[in-house]
Design a protein. Sequence first.
Length: 124
Amino acid sequence: MKNIKLIVRILLGIMMVIFGLNKFMNFMPMPPLPAAAQTFFDALINTGYLMTAVGIVELVTGVLFLLNKYTALAAVILFPVMLNAMMFHLFLAPGGIAPALLAVVMTVFVMFSNKDKYQGMLAG
């Protein structure tokens, strides 16, 4: 189980660093989206800050996963971003859901593998 935790954490870290850097460098071209998805995505870009914030979150959490520092915190910060990515694909662009779904599953796995670190936060 320890090896699986290590592999998932490193793969998620690499994935987040790549996706985070892509928000700034655009080295992976975006495939064409359905009209509703494109309209929504254009609105996110036109805010002028949101995709930059998403890129920063992905990049920082990816580096934290790779360095094995604050992993439990990084997973909690990353989860809503990846959940939104999955929901975007689920409802607006189902063709690209696989990477987002994989990222959500991996993030949840990292969260569960660090569940002991959340005890203080979840105590009643």
